[in-house]
Design a protein around this ligand. Structure first.
Ligand SMILES: [Zn+2]
Length: 402
């Protein structure tokens, strides 16, 4: 409840690292608290990343594992002046927000609330998001660190802590120093329901379609002008309606999604994002999109186009499958915590997927966060405690199996 009161909203329009200076306010607070509990090497670098080491308590040689969370909150809703409200022993009713009584958290919309009857539930007050994404993960790692430091009898290898800025604007790993971190694998704490574990993400590409029309004075344009904006309109209209779009797919289905159109009569640009769980599926979708564009362009022989594909990120399962213990031990830790394991696929990317491809295999553990990026965001204190328990079990299992 303290961490969410520090405004750490990241800024998608900024080109600095971190994208907003205020993220460092929380990073610095965390460094101070880590030092206070005795983790001497805790420090923040110039980009706002926090690194810290919990020393091993075993004589065995154990791989170094890392727990990671992001300090920033999403730009989708205000993160200024967050007032966390805790409702003890939740009785299962709809939750009305004190600062905006028109805002109601309904069980009908969030069936998971049913499972939280009797839990202590934290929400914001109705004017802002809560920021449990990902300050829940931050708090859980901090609590686990405190547990390890105060329980030296619990055997574990070296544990690294990493807090990152700018995850919500897709730049959380831009300035991370994995050499310095020195971990063999990691776990992000940035997931939802207690017991859930995510080892799969989308594979993602971007496509930039640039359409070059032919421009002339509009008064004398007959049989000469080709308007790039109209071609762009035709391309958008040619996209399938009932399939292959975010609004018509779920589960393991991918999509082709136009996210931005820019243009003048002379030249228009459409940015697409392409998503699929299988990298091969991305290629197929890109070929399909290209064929649609070519079909449209046949009607405009004097116009031309460029079709540029850029890789964004890849399904982390490609990496995790090569390091099966990382996911296996997390599954066991979840069951040791008395929870039902729920394997999930993320229809998006995470810092974990980027870290995995940078050499740090890194699935995503539940942190308890719900209805993220909105004013309805909520979290159960008991779920958070289970996340802390799971962190501790993971560290112990790595030691036992080494
Ligand atoms: Zn997050």
């Amino acid at each position: 409840m303290r961490y969410v009161q520090v405004d750490t909203q990241s800024d998608p329009l900024s080109s600095t690292h971190p994208t907003s200076e205020k993220q460092k306010d929380l990073s610095l607070l965390l460094v101070e608290e880590l030092k206070t509990i005795g983790i001497k090497d805790a420090h923040m670098d110039e980009y706002g990343y926090v690194y810290a080491t919990i020393a091993a308590t075993t004589n065995k040689t154990v791989p170094t594992i890392c727990f990671c969370a992001h300090v920033d909150t999403a730009p989708d809703a205000s993160g200024t002046g967050v007032k966390p409200v805790m409702q003890k022993k939740y009785r299962g009713d709809d939750i009305v927000f004190s600062d905006d009584p028109s805002l109601v958290l309904r069980k009908a919309d969030f069936p998971y609330l049913e499972k939280l009857t009797g839990h202590d539930i934290i929400t914001a007050s109705g004017k802002t998001l809560l920021g449990s994404d990902d300050k829940a993960g931050v708090a859980e790692i901090m609590d686990a660190a405190n547990f390890f430091v105060t329980h030296p009898e619990v055997k574990h290898g070296t544990i690294k802590i990493l807090f990152t800025p700018d995850e919500e604007v897709g730049r959380g790993t831009d300035k991370v120093d994995l050499q310095k971190l020195g971990a063999d694998c990691g776990y992000t704490l940035d997931g939802g329901e207690a017991g859930s574990l995510e080892d799969e993400t989308f594979s993602a590409d971007g496509v930039k379609l640039i359409i070059h029309g032919v421009i002339t004075h509009p008064g004398y344009a007959k049989d000469k002008m080709v308007n790039a904006l109209k071609i762009a309109g035709d391309v958008l209209a040619s996209l399938p309606r009932g399939e292959l779009s975010p609004e018509t797919t779920d589960g393991k289905q991918g999509f082709i999604h136009p996210v931005r159109v820019d243009g003048l009569a002379e030249k228009a640009t459409i940015d697409f994002i392409i998503r699929d769980f299988v990298t091969d599926g991305l290629k197929k979708k890109e070929e399909f999109l290209l064929s649609l564009v070519e079909m449209v362009m046949e009607n405009y022989p004097k116009a031309s186009f460029e079709f540029n594909v850029t890789e964004q990120y890849r399904n982390m399962k490609e990496v995790l499958d090569q390091h099966p213990h990382v996911v296996e031990y997390a599954k066991e830790a979840i069951s040791r915590s008395g929870l039902q394991l729920k394997m999930e696929s993320i229809r998006g990317g995470t810092d974990g997927s980027r870290l995995s491809f940078m050499g740090l295999p890194c699935p995503n553990l539940f942190a308890g966060e719900q209805a993220i990026h909105s004013k309805l965001e909520f979290i159960s204190v008991q779920d958070m405690n289970k996340a802390v328990e799971t962190i501790v079990h993971i560290a112990c299992i790595w030691e036992e199996r080494s």
